[in-house]
Design a protein. Structure first.
Length: 180
């Protein structure tokens, strides 16, 4: 499965190369079109193949060396941990929404336990990273497409004498602008 995904990724990278890069970076691309960079593709293929193995081998080793194996031990049943978020939101709605909220926020117990908090934190960070990339990309496109307007706005708000000097046009017959 991993090998199939890695090979599919290499194929998609080659197929997408004519339309990359996107946005303002496309203007700076010296050689547009299909590009097959074997070194980059090989490194990506090796990482895609090796990363899951590197993550699975320690877990498999630990499970294989434990006395109970992969089945896990039959210990005493712990009381279920209730999420205060699920409890609070569950009181406000119908049974179906309460069940959905509990499935999302309660980690479970025993072999069905899942890392809810870390998964929620990772999803939050991922959404924030995507939003940051979108905002940065749109700001960069605005800067490149209207440099004069952006510079005028920066100079208008500048508290720095350097920015004010850089934005002030030279006065007629007096050479470049000087001072603040």
């Amino acid at each position: 499965m991993t090998a199939g995904g890695a090979l599919l990724g290499v194929g998609l990278a080659i197929a997408a190369s004519p339309v990359m890069p996107i946005g303002a970076a496309r203007l700076a691309e010296p050689h547009p079109g299909v590009r097959v960079d074997l070194a980059v593709l090989a490194v990506g293929l090796v990482i895609t193949l090796a990363a899951p193995l590197a993550l699975m081998i320690p877990v498999a080793w630990r499970l294989a060396s434990s006395p109970d194996g992969a089945r896990g031990g039959a210990g005493p049943a712990a009381p279920p941990r209730r999420s205060w978020v699920a409890t609070g939101l569950g009181r406000a709605g119908p049974v179906t929404s309460t069940l959905g909220i509990r499935m999302a926020f309660e980690p479970g117990q025993g072999r069905s336990a899942v890392p809810v908090r870390s998964a929620l934190a990772a999803a939050t960070v991922a959404v924030g990273a995507v939003l940051a990339a979108v905002v940065f990309g749109s700001s960069l496109i605005a800067l490149i497409s209207t440099p004069g307007q952006v510079r005028a706005e920066l100079v208008g708000r500048a508290g720095s004498p350097v920015l004010r000097r850089a934005g002030r046009p030279a006065e007629q017959g007096h050479g470049p602008a000087r001072g603040t």
